[in-house]
Unconditional design. Sequence first.
Length: 353
Amino acid sequence: MDNDQVPSSHARRGGRAKAPTIKDIAVEAGVSKSAVSRALLGQGEVSDATRERVQAAATRLGYVANAMAAGLRARTKTVGVVLRDINRPYYSHLLSALQAQAEVRGYRLVAMTSAGELDVANAISAVRSLVSLQVDGVILASAQLDSELIKPFAERVPMVVAGRMELGSVPSVFGDETHGGRRLAEFLLGAGHRHIAVGLVDRAYSMSQHLSGQAMIDQIRDGGGTPVVFEIENDWRMVDVVEPILGDRSITAVMCPTDASMLNVLGSLQDRNVRCPEHLSITGYGGIGELASAHLGFTTYRQPVDHIGVNAINLLVDAIESDQDLEKTPEHRTVHGEFVTGRTVRLLADEVI
């Protein structure tokens, strides 16, 4: 094993961290350089334990094959984007907004996503791939990926988190989910609803959906109402709590974490001959794409996807072109959305807020 002293991955060159090498990984993992090479390339005899140690060390150090030290290469005028799930309207519209603003700023966009939801391991792999392609910066739109996991990469290439509250060292642009959740709950309270069901999504699945749900609960309590909380793993599971909601006759309104989950709940209610809003009022969250159609008439909160995209690109490109280290003074921009009055809430009081 090579025991030579190796510079830390946090060593700076030209204002950014020095790209880690195979030698760095060997020291970090406590194995030989040849074992690292075999583990990363999938060649030769390497035990599962060694491969796991090597891969964990590579992730911690932000290793990218064939990466060159930042500051020593020419700019490519390319921005990489990691998207959690292109099948969701939110992410497809965010990609469109990012693409449009990147073109305005004279940059090309390279997007990495998946046929389904991008899990944490695949998101890290996508970031590594983008850095290896020598992109000038990365936009990360993946709700499950903790900033600590991407910090080694953010130390070497400018990076901005888009669409999720991020208060760490990685800059971010996100919608004000607290404002959105409270505004919807305020509307229901103003319409006379007092016992209101709320689907609270696990924060590990989506911090944004969890924050808006918690804001709904807080506003209902602050406004003198009673929140009936249903904790759910993700927004798709909202349909599973329809039966217990209908079993509580005091509930007059339901707050869904997304417009898509609202649509599923409406379908489940229709199967049970329960009409909305005559029998039960419902709100969604998102206000994007076809689900925002006036024909459907959802009462919802429109997320500011276009503004998030524009701000994220501007924040990243400004840093690239000024050679600014975003980690030193990370900026976190909050963008407000818009309340949408639809036809899915029944008026139980004389005055609506």
